[in-house]
Design a protein around this ligand. Sequence first.
Ligand code: BJW
Ligand code: ZN
Length: 244
Amino acid sequence: MKIDDELLGKLNEAKTIVFFTGAGISAESVIPTFRGKDGIWNKLKPEELANFNAFLKNPDMVWEWYQHRKKIIHESEPNPGHIAIAEMQNQFPEVAVVTQNIDNLHRRAGSKIIYELHGNIERNYCIKCHKYYNTELDFSHGVPKCECGGLIRPDVVWFGEYLPQDQFRFSEEISSRADIFFIVGTSAVVYPAASLIYSAKARGAFLIEVNIEPTEASSIMNRSFFGKAGEILPEILSTIIAKN
Ligand code: BJW
Ligand code: ZN
């Protein structure tokens, strides 16, 4: 990995840094991604599982997927990529994480400003009365139900559903002010989340991608670093610290 002088200059001057992250940042914490060779669960595409109609049709199957993922998440730890992002808070005046992930690993790594675009696996709500259930659910009698009789679902964003308005608005606001906008471990194919990349670019942010392979958005990047986030991000952090 080579950090050139122009990039070093941008990093030196930057005040507001945004990290836009996806499933790839957590891949080294052994949490499977959605797409790609390891990204398929029971041969179903994310569009077929992360979907309200799929939940109504087969809530057991969808809950099985979330319980399985919740177990993996609970057994996982933040990796050097999450930790490097959290440590960037000591290097720049303003650092925010805009994440598509539901796994809490940025929070556990110590990042303070985090906007969650696709919800959080630790929260659940009733599809009928919207009551929240944020403690451990009881699956002993099948899919858990609310006291009103409605099915309880995870508080995550499925295809065709609106993103939490406040989280998206805060993300847009900080992305529009970002001096540097990092795009880490996302295939950048899911909207409106991926639109933040283009609006940050339009507002003048310097775009830096970190991914193991090129993505939909690679062509508009100012810099692309191809490799594991858990290796590249600590290297970028060390270079910044060495120059300060
Ligand atoms: C590494 C690495 C390492 C691996 N280091 N890198 C046609 C055109 C445009 C839009 C649409 C369309 N048709 C439909 C839409 C809208 C739709 C959409 O975008 N669909 C596209 C797929 C076509 N979007 C929506 O429906 C959204 N809502 C919406 O639009 O509302 C408006 C509306 C309302 C009502 C009616 C109509 C419209 C909602 C999207 C919700 C997405 N939900 C999920 C599930 C969340 C909960 C959960 O986790 O279970 O979000 S799906 C899944 O995809 C999840 C992710 O957050 C999201 C993005 O995936 P991500 O994070 O990028 O992961 P991967 O697996 O794709 O990529 C991993 C990357 O990491 C890869 O690039 C690897 O190379 C890399 N990597 N190891 C660095 N070690
Ligand atoms: Zn209810």
